[in-house]
Design a protein around this ligand. Structure first.
Ligand code: NAD
Ligand code: UDX
Length: 463
């Protein structure tokens, strides 16, 4: 079966970039990305592609090339479902905030709504592709809904998890390590798999397209994120030991990373991992393990989160203790708010939790991030519900430049590894700060030696 029309439900961080690249690479396929969020769709359709809702290097150019040709963004969900032969579900699957599984399980209500809508609207056979990250065996639930509430048409469900990382989404999509497609082992299932393989084969080498059964594919996505996050928590755990023993975590990471069995990537000690995926997906894995009564398995993976929470808290605690046990009334500058560089995404960013701790200690925060706007920073803090919005606004100022953020500050905390932070005029920053001038580099990106020579008291992670 040759696919000519694709619909993607969900125009977020995954749906938007993924579909833009499919459209760019498959000019013969009409790709329509739909979302209930009108403002988001309007932004994707903005005449100036620099105003699209997601900042990703290279994305504006891909959208500019394909949009209006074979890439469309729309709020007409039902029309797009009806037209398409293949429907990607790329909606959010956040951690549940209510009821059983609260704080752990994935909230699948948006997925179920999509399945019911697809069933209701479809008048021809469809391939439904799970692009969202889902608990293992979700395809079974989707199939039940589709088969029991549909109009007698046939559905095939595929699992095609997305492995892109934010900040490098376009590169990851253009040159993926692998594409994973899980499907039914029946002939019809294999035909559906092949139809999706053919879409990706327009630009991805066949050897990199891996096909499996549905459950292996669903579980591999949670597993990949758990392994990646575990590496960060492992090196962060060692960073604390380095600080006590005189070892330097960067040197330790290099030394172990040169072992080809370990490898050098994902060994950067930091203030803690953030992002919308790692914590959510591990909690989900822990929940699934517990649901099967596998308590030791659950405890093992939960430790990755416990370590990460500890690392964030340890960072704010270190700022307080180093500043003579009080930051009350002191100005602290935050460089960075995004959960990593080259994205405007702040979901679960370590900066939010460090800020919350320091506000509890009555610090006055001045935040500068090259891509995150004031409204987002305040709403991230308000979402924690630690205090009123007015109180947050009183304690937090969003600065227009790094120099403004750092002027008269007692300390600077680096929360995101934006490249531009290295190139600032650090002498000018030093001259305008309170003395002693402290830098807490939560990403180990600044030149410790140079800053120390200028007069800063520099504290990195793990040394
Ligand atoms: P997102 O919140 O940015 O986007 C989801 C979009 O779906 C929203 O715009 C929302 O309005 C829309 N939506 C929800 N229900 C809808 C419905 N019934 N009809 C139409 N639109 C609807 O989320 P995201 O970051 O793109 O993540 C989507 C999924 O992909 C999640 O399962 C996530 O775990 C997974 N994932 C995310 C990343 C990442 O880097 N962000 C990477 C890999 C996988
Ligand atoms: C992650 C996965 O990498 C990706 O495959 C999946 O599809 C979605 O989740 P993402 O969260 O976008 O991607 O970014 P990632 O590069 O994995 O970083 C996650 C967090 O870990 C960031 O806060 C980052 O700063 C932190 N990190 C990463 C470290 O602290 N040290 C490292 O060595 C690597």
């Amino acid at each position: 079966m040759k696919i000519t029309k694709i619909c993607c439900i969900g125009a977020g961080y995954v749906g938007g970039p993924t579909m833009a690249v499919i459209a760019q690479k498959c000019p013969d396929i009409k790709v329509t990305v739909v979302d209930l969020n009108e403002a988001r769709i309007a932004a994707w359709n903005d005449k100036d592609t620099n105003n699209i809702p997601i900042y990703e290097p290279g994305l504006a150019e891909v959208v500019a090339e394909a949009r209006g040709r074979n890439l469309f963004f729309s709020t007409e969900v039902e029309k797009a479902i009806d037209e398409a032969e293949m429907i990607f579900i790329s909606v959010n699957t956040p951690t549940k905030t209510y009821g059983s599984g609260k704080g752990m399980a994935a909230d699948l209500k948006y997925i179920e709504l999509c399945a019911r809508q697809i069933a209701r609207v479809s008048k021809s056979n469809k391939i439904v592709v799970e692009k969202s990250t889902l608990p293992v065996r979700t395809a079974e639930a989707i199939k039940n809904i589709l088969d029991n509430t549909g109009n007698g048409v046939r559905f095939q469900i595929l699992s095609n998890p997305e492995f892109l990382a934010e900040g490098t989404a376009v590169q990851d999509l253009l040159n993926p390590d692998r594409i994973l497609i899980g499907g039914d082992t029946t002939e019809e299932g294999q035909n559906a798999i092949n139809a999706l393989v053919d879409v990706y084969a327009n630009w991805v080498a066949k050897e990199r397209i891996l096909t499996t059964n549905l459950w292996s594919s669903e579980l591999s996505k949670l597993t990949a994120n758990a392994f990646l996050a575990q590496r960060v928590s492992s090196i962060n755990a060692l960073s604390e030991l380095c600080e006590k023993t005189g070892a330097d975590v960067s040197e330790v990471a290099k030394a172990i990373g040169m072992d080809s069995r370990i490898g050098p990537k994902f060994l950067k000690a930091s203030v803690g991992f953030g992002g919308s995926c790692f914590q959510k997906d591990i909690l989900n894995l822990v929940y699934i393990a517990k649901a099967y009564g596998l308590n030791e398995v659950a405890d093992y993976w939960e430790q990755v989160i416990i370590m990460n929470d500890h690392q964030k808290r340890r960072f704010s605690h270190k700022i307080v203790t180093t500043l003579y046990n009080t930051v009350s009334g002191k100005k602290i500058a935050f460089l960075g708010w995004a959960f990593k560089k080259d994205t405007n995404d702040t979901r679960e960013s370590a900066a939010i939790y460090v800020a919350d701790d320091l506000i509890n200690e009555q610090a006055e925060l001045y935040v500068f991030d090259p891509k995150v706007a004031e409204g987002q920073i305040l709403s991230d803090l308000n979402y924690l519900d630690s205090r009123t919005a007015e109180e947050n606004k009183k304690q937090v100022t969003v600065a227009a430049s790094p120099y403004e953020a750092c002027k008269d500050a007692h300390a600077i905390a680096v929360l995101t590894e934006w490249d531009e932070f290295r190139d600032y005029d650090w002498k000018k920053i030093y001259d305008n700060m309170m003395k002693p001038a402290f830098v807490f580099d939560g990403r180990n990106i600044l030149d410790a030696k140079q800053l120390t020579e200028m007069g800063f008291i520099y504290k990195g992670i793990g040394s």
